[in-house]
Design a protein around this ligand. Structure first.
Ligand code: GTP
Ligand code: MG
Length: 207
């Protein structure tokens, strides 16, 4: 018979990077395109099945808005795992993620398992794939400009396409030298989400 272990996990990261969306995808396999900002924190649970055991995640989804920063220690203090999220289309969100990692390394449990996650990769697919069309041979040059908006996004049936601001290699190198798990995800498509929690589960020591 497999043992069930409770694992306290905290999500941290700048506002709007997709913390709640990642958890929602993991727990209910849903996505909401206009998710409201979290106030304070939200609590959810989800089981994670490994080959030899089942873990029960007790998840604290914290609020990223700066006015809630001082609450965070309450949620990471007893955590065995942390998922620190940034948005691959927003460079400043990686800086914020790094400062959360530093805070965890100073203040959280010394054996805490930390995963760095770059979310929203659905937004940085190659343009032709994202828009699902083959450019007309005559209009190939103008195709991008036609729908581009001043903030660098492009509208189309598949949603806005943004420029990647955080190279995968840069974040991956930082994670490697800092001893963090690393992956890129999309809460929108579900890509990579379960894998984040499975990889963490494998690093949680068996009691
Ligand atoms: P706070 O609670 O304020 O800290 O924000 P949060 O980090 O929980 O972000 P939230 O999950 O509320 O998502 C913010 C916005 O980004 C919402 O409009 C989401 O629909 C959107 N979003 C989240 N994840 C993704 C993703 O993977 N892809 C895309 N395209 N949008 C996403
Ligand atoms: Mg939230």
């Amino acid at each position: 018979a497999s043992k069930s272990v409770q694992v306290k996990l905290v999500l941290l990261g700048e506002a709007a990077v997709g913390k709640s969306s990642v958890v929602l995808r993991f727990v209910t396999n849903e996505f909401q395109s206009n998710k409201e900002p979290t106030i304070g924190a939200a609590f959810l649970t989800q089981k994670c099945r490994l080959e030899d055991r089942v873990l029960r995640y007790e998840i604290w989804d914290t609020a990223g808005q700066e006015r809630f920063h001082s609450l965070a220690p309450m949620y990471y203090r007893n955590a065995q795992a942390a998922v620190v999220i940034y948005d691959v289309t927003k460079a400043s969100s990686l800086d914020k993620a790094k400062s959360w990692v530093k805070e965890l390394q100073r203040q959280a449990h010394p054996n805490i398992v930390i995963a760095l996650v770059g979310n929203k990769i659905d937004l940085v697919r190659p343009l032709s794939l994202s828009l699902g069309f083959t450019p007309h041979p005559d209009s190939e040059e103008e195709a991008d400009d036609a729908t581009a908006t001043p903030d660098g996004t492009t509208s189309g049936d598949a949603g806005p396409v943004c420029l990647r601001q955080v190279p995968r290699e840069e974040a991956q190198a930082y994670a490697a030298e800092t001893g963090l798990l690393f992956s890129e995800t999309s809460a929108k498509t579900g890509e990579g989400i379960v894998e984040v929690f499975t990889a963490i589960a494998k690093k949680i020591p068996i009691e």
